[in-house]
Design a protein around this ligand. Structure first.
Ligand code: ADP
Length: 450
């Protein structure tokens, strides 16, 4: 198929090719938050790419020979100026390792305000890449995010009718993404609608050429199904920049001749004892902790009031008790508690102090258990995961197979002097089925993951 080119240039010729990565890096991704980065990495792995996720912008090359790197930033709601600065830092690093295409990963509910940060970051990346046309779509049909006539739906509801209208930081009160993006970007924003997308890649290319000729710089793309995304994918084969949720990732590896394969998700063989650290108080996690206990796991509960009263000795005892069992049974250390218990603790200590005490204790315990031989670690809770990853000094994670939707096993090399590295699973609070903890550990051991 021959296409007329909607893009001014592909990646500029000055782009260094694979300075560090053998064979070059196909996709260089910049994610505006940590769990969003994992979500994208997970989709890329399922589509056949070997992926490393980095925590922040690394100073070293990727740990492994991979097809894509996802740089996880925490830039969704920070000052637009800082988000631009950090994203350009990530771009510079991705250029240095030879990325051929840049993917700015945004939230599938287009979380942003008229100040940004989706528009300002997209504009800045376009400038840095020397391109005057880019597409954007948060569509992720597998997760109920669809775009129709430029309007974003969350399940059955328009974005502006969904819970996102009350988000404390980025209330989304307008579902019309052309308007939302126009308020944030210097570029004129246009639409590639569902009728065009339904006609296939050639029609999408032609529409992009026409929009660009009309002075449009950014086009929102409708997508109602995975088939729509798979039609969009080939039309983006030479796009320097794509600003999207994680949905369109399913359609990009094929542009580089990559097909889904089990090999993409292969991690080193697991070793060492198993432990779960849980700081999430979500209903899903509470049910998972109960299931783990019921099925023979050893559970140690900690709570912020005890930590406040008896800090260091209490943590030391918890570490000793858990370590003594490591050789015989998987252990789970948890602060997870129901809403009333959490409210009581927060009322006595303050919300922030209660959270900080728990995060500090759980991350200290995670470090101590890895020092005592844990090689397979599951962490439940987004903030809790962030605290543990930071305390363990982890900068890069190779992404493995998915355990439940959106939650893969990962592997970090060089953790706390462990030659074998550490297998790590970072679960957002509400993710995962009731048997998640037990199944995650047995699946890793048996090597049987979906
Ligand atoms: P989730 O992904 O479910 O939101 P997080 O780890 O992101 O989980 O957030 C849970 C927060 O609640 C963390 O800051 C944690 O320290 C705090 N927390 C956990 N257990 C308790 C508890 N028993 N009392 C008060 N705060 C708690």
């Amino acid at each position: 198929m021959s296409f007329s080119p909607p893009f001014a240039s592909a990646i500029p010729p000055a782009w260094p090719s694979g300075a560090y990565v053998a064979g070059g890096l196909f996709l260089g991704c910049i994610a505006d938050d940590f769990t969003g980065a994992t979500d994208l990495a997970n989709n890329l792995v399922r589509a056949g790419m070997r992926v490393v996720q980095t925590i922040g912008v690394p100073s070293e090359p990727p740990d492994a020979d991979v097809d894509a790197v996802v740089v996880a930033l925490k830039s969704r709601t920070i000052e637009p100026r800082l988000a631009v600065e950090q994203s350009l830092g990530a771009l510079q690093w991705l250029r240095s390792v030879g990325a051929r295409q840049i993917y700015f990963k945004i939230c599938s509910t287009f979380d942003s305000t008229p100040r940004g940060n989706i528009g300002p970051v997209t504009d800045a990346l376009m400038d840095a890449l020397g391109c005057d046309f880019a597409v954007t779509t948060p569509a992720f049909p597998d997760n109920g995010r669809t775009v129709f006539r430029g309007h974003l739906f969350v399940g059955e509801q328009l974005l502006s009718d969904s819970g996102m209208r009350n988000h404390p930081l980025t209330p989304m009160t307008d579902s019309n993404l052309v308007r939302v993006m126009q308020a944030q970007s210097r570029h004129q924003v246009g639409l590639i609608d569902y009728r065009c997308v339904a006609q296939g890649s050639q029609a999408i290319r032609e529409r992009m050429v026409q929009l660009r000729a009309d002075g449009v710089g950014i086009a929102v793309v409708d997508a109602l199904s995975n088939d729509d995304l798979l039609r969009l994918g080939p039309a983006l084969s030479d796009a320097p920049l794509i600003t999207a949720g994680s949905g369109v990732a399913i359609a990009l590896p094929a542009n580089f001749g990559i097909a889904p394969s089990l090999g993409a998700a292969t991690l080193p063989a697991p070793s060492g004892a198993a432990a779960v650290i849980s700081g999430s108080c979500s209903l899903a996690t509470l049910a998972q902790v109960a299931h783990f206990r019921l099925h023979g796991g050893w559970v140690l509960a900690i709570d912020p009031l005890q930590l406040a009263a008896d800090g260091e000795p209490f943590i030391a005892r918890a570490i000793d008790e858990a370590a003594a069992r490591l050789s015989s049974v998987p252990v789970l250390i948890t602060s997870s508690a129901n809403a009333q218990v959490v409210r009581d603790a927060q009322a006595q200590l303050g919300i922030e102090t209660a959270g900080t005490l728990v995060e500090a204790a759980l991350s200290r315990i995670a470090v101590a258990l890895v020092e005592r031989g844990v090689g397979r670690l599951v962490v439940a809770g987004g903030e809790t995961s962030g605290a543990c990853v930071q305390a363990l000094g982890i900068r890069q994670l190779r992404i493995g197979a998915q355990i439940d939707p959106g939650v893969p096993w990962c592997h970090a090399t060089q953790v706390m002097g462990r030659r074998e590295g550490l297998h790590l699973c970072l679960k957002s609070g509400n993710f995962g089925a009731e048997d998640f903890f037990t199944r995650a550990l047995t699946a890793l051991d048996s090597g049987v993951l979906p």
